[in-house]
Ligand binder design. Structure first.
Ligand code: NAP
Length: 291
């Protein structure tokens, strides 16, 4: 039985008839979005194969020998792109040959054409490869995650009290990763979203000064955001030991931020979930109060 035919018979939102034995592969399953997508799919009663280098199913982009067991008997894939674009088309081809009928790709706002020369080569290639795959695909184009403040690069600097980034005072409608995961789980399991791109953000733009001030107030810690030049940011990253390619990628991402390309809220959360995106204040309350 084809899962997508079965789901379309049930209509959008209908999961009651989902048969057992249909598996969804979640890549990056230990990461910020992937582990939440795994949880939401399991809550929906869907069989999930959680995959990454350290997950239940070992999957390493750098070891193509690990791909076959990950894609076996899988109906759909949540695809987090590796940095190296060359790996993606062979993986997509192998997955389709194994019977995968749908990809949901996590990408960034702006999309393949808006990333510029330096940033997002993996995400851009993932978008291209699934569009050329001949099977169903949906793209998530996400703003910067709110959880970058407590689960990723901005966390350690924040704990020192000083988060220095080249933001130029531009607003960013940070998206709550809980919303990204809920959207992804919906796109993976429900019908009617194929061949489309959904840009996801929070409901309103905040400057990094405002965002860090909210976190400081909720956590009771002294913290501030300092706006630095790209050259100063690069120098600080190099001093912390980041390799040159990562320095260039991060600076290129903030070039997009300063150009205002990520500044306007997008309505993808409402389009898919039929509700407003989660406010940054709700993320702060959940993640930072009494931390
Ligand atoms: N952060 C943002 O604001 C933002 C916004 C838009 C888009 N994105 C995109 O989101 C993606 C990252 O997603 P995320 O934030 O959910 O993940 P994440 O928290 O960065 O975690 C990375 C995941 O990838 C796995 N991984 C790392 N190297 C791997 C390898 N060689 N082979 C297989 N798996 C590997 C890790 O698990 P193991 O260590 O167990 O392998 C982990 O599960 C990137 O493409 C990024 O560009 C991020």
């Amino acid at each position: 039985m084809d899962i997508w035919v079965e789901l379309s018979r049930m209509g959008r939102g209908g999961m009651a008839g989902l048969t057992s034995g249909m598996t969804i592969l979640v890549l990056g399953a230990t990461g910020k979005t992937g582990r939440r997508v795994v949880g939401r799919l399991r809550d929906r009663g869907v069989a999930v194969r959680a995959a990454s280098r350290s997950s239940e199913t070992r999957f390493d982009w750098e070891d193509s020998g690990s791909w076959a067991s990950a894609v076996r008997d899988v109906a759909a894939v949540y695809l987090i792109a590796p940095e190296e674009p060359k790996l993606i088309e062979p993986f997509v081809d192998q997955a389709v040959a194994a019977g995968v009928a749908k990809f949901v790709v996590l990408s960034g706002r702006g999309g393949a054409d808006g990333f510029g020369e330096v940033f997002g080569h993996g995400m851009a290639e993932a978008e291209r490869a699934v569009k050329a795959s001949g099977v169903a695909w949906t793209i998530i184009g996400s703003n910067n995650f709110a959880q970058n403040f407590d689960e990723d690069l901005w966390y350690e600097p924040l704990l020192t009290g000083r988060l220095a980034l080249p933001t130029g005072g531009v607003r960013e409608p940070f998206v709550d990763v809980e919303d990204v995961a809920e959207v992804a789980a919906t796109l993976l399991t429900e019908d009617g979203y194929d061949g489309r791109r959904y840009d996801l953000s929070g409901p309103e733009g905040l400057t990094f000064d405002e965002a860090v001030a909210q976190i400081a107030a909720a956590s009771g810690r002294t913290m501030s955001h300092v706006d630095v030049s790209p050259a100063e940011y690069g120098a600080e990253l190099r001093a912390q030991g980041y390799p040159e390619d990562v320095v260039e990628q991060l600076n290129a991402m903030f070039d997009l931020v300063r150009a205002g390309l990520l500044a306007e809220p997008a309505d993808g959360v409402r389009q898919v979930l039929g509700r407003d995106a989660t406010p940054f204040a709700a993320y702060v309350d959940r993640a930072w109060r009494r931390r």
